[in-house]
Design a protein around this ligand. Structure first.
Ligand code: SF4
Length: 190
């Protein structure tokens, strides 16, 4: 008779859900029919590398020190992390929308500004449509996790550290840690 411990079966479950979330972020609708999103799954030793990078960010962002350190502790308690990112270039620059939502006079102006800005937590400025795609992809992913009863939370702090580590070739990255335990580590954190 084959047996699996609850730890083994829960590890399989959380890995499977992360894979489905990555797939859901890919099939989520994308504006203008162009997909500039990417995702990456992290577990094991890579979680500790990520947590250490978050703590390094805490040292250079003193106003957010507690937030980065708290979220790094959450990463260490997680089974895995899914990163989802997007690049920020204007879509279809050959047929520019020039909508103005980014604050620039045209898509061309935003594209030129992107070459001058040094990256901080993220690279920018970004086209509003790319940011919208990232939001829809994140929403699709976390809805799936929530529907399947896997604890999760979208974290800016993970994304900022992942960007420092060069884990995804994206301008803006968000991280979604996943956990299966008796109480979600991501809420009521004090
Ligand atoms: S947000 Fe900016 S770059 Fe994007 S379509 Fe509108 S004007 Fe162009």
């Amino acid at each position: 008779m084959a047996q699996m411990t609850s730890q083994q079966i829960e590890k399989n479950a959380v890995t499977m859900v992360a894979a489905l979330m990555a797939a859901g972020s890919r099939t989520a609708p994308k504006t203008r029919g162009i997909d500039s999103t990417a995702s990456l799954f992290l577990e094991g030793d890579d979680l500790e590398k990520l947590a250490l990078a978050m703590e390094r960010k805490a040292d250079i962002k003193p106003d957010y020190l507690a937030t980065f350190r708290r979220d790094a502790k959450n990463v260490r308690k997680s089974a895995c992390v899914l990163l989802i990112g997007v690049t920020g270039e204007p879509k279809k620059i050959e047929q520019p929308l020039d909508c103005g939502a980014c604050g620039y006079a045209s898509c061309e102006h935003l594209a030129k500004a992107r070459k001058k800005m040094p990256p901080r937590d993220f690279g920018g400025p970004v086209c509003m449509f790319q940011a919208m795609d990232l939001g829809i992809a994140l929403g699709s992913a976390v809805k799936l996790a929530a529907d399947l009863c896997i604890d999760n939370r979208i974290m800016y702090t993970i994304g900022a550290a992942a960007k420092d580590l060069g884990l995804l070739d994206s301008d803006v990255i968000m991280g979604i840690p996943l956990s299966i335990s008796g109480k979600s580590p991501y809420f009521d954190r004090g």
